[in-house]
Design a protein around this ligand. Structure first.
Ligand code: CU
Length: 168
């Protein structure tokens, strides 16, 4: 029950700040149908598997040095391209893969620091238990510099971030 209240509180907070900022998918309540105007984010939108022109395998893991990393930790795509991300948690901790622009990542990370138990249910993110594999199909509709990151407290600072460049 505690968990549910925290998650709801986090969602209320998040929605409030997202509305103020004017962009977010708004899918934290698991019901995006009533929120269609938020479906497209700066980083793009959920894609269709049949449209994917490339599959990118991303591994998430801890290193012997105590870092947490993505492999690869950078990716170049083209505007309009749909990528099928196969995300594998090869580590011993739970990790996430969140696609977004830098300011949204920072904002989201702050909320996660306050509400670490918060679960995401957005098409641009996935959280995986150790040993699990998940899929994200994403269409990059805007050129620019974006990021992928793990927003579990402490992980971003330990190295769980990657650069995503979308060419015109
Ligand atoms: Cu992580």
């Amino acid at each position: 029950m505690k968990n549910i209240i925290l998650t709801t509180a986090a969602f209320m907070l998040f929605t409030g700040s997202a509305l103020a900022a004017g962009s977010h998918s708004g899918g934290h309540d698991g019901d995006v149908k009533s929120d269609d105007h938020h479906a497209e984010m700066a980083v793009g939108e959920a894609g269709k598997r049949a449209d994917a022109s490339k599959t990118v395998v991303v591994q998430m893991k801890e290193t012997d040095d105590g870092d947490m990393i993505y492999e690869p930790n950078s990716l170049d795509v083209k505007k309009g391209q749909t990528i099928h991300f196969v995300v594998k948690n090869k580590g011993e901790l739970v990790h996430e893969f969140v696609l977004d622009n830098h300011s949204e990542i920072m904002e989201h990370k702050e909320i996660m620091a306050k509400f670490p138990e918060m679960e995401h249910d957005d098409p641009n993110s996935i959280r995986l238990e150790p040993g699990k594999t998940g899929n994200i199909v994403w269409k990059f509709t805007n050129a620019g510099k974006f990021e992928f990151a793990c927003l579990i407290p402490g992980h971003y600072e330990s190295g769980m971030k990657g650069d995503l460049s979308v060419a015109q």
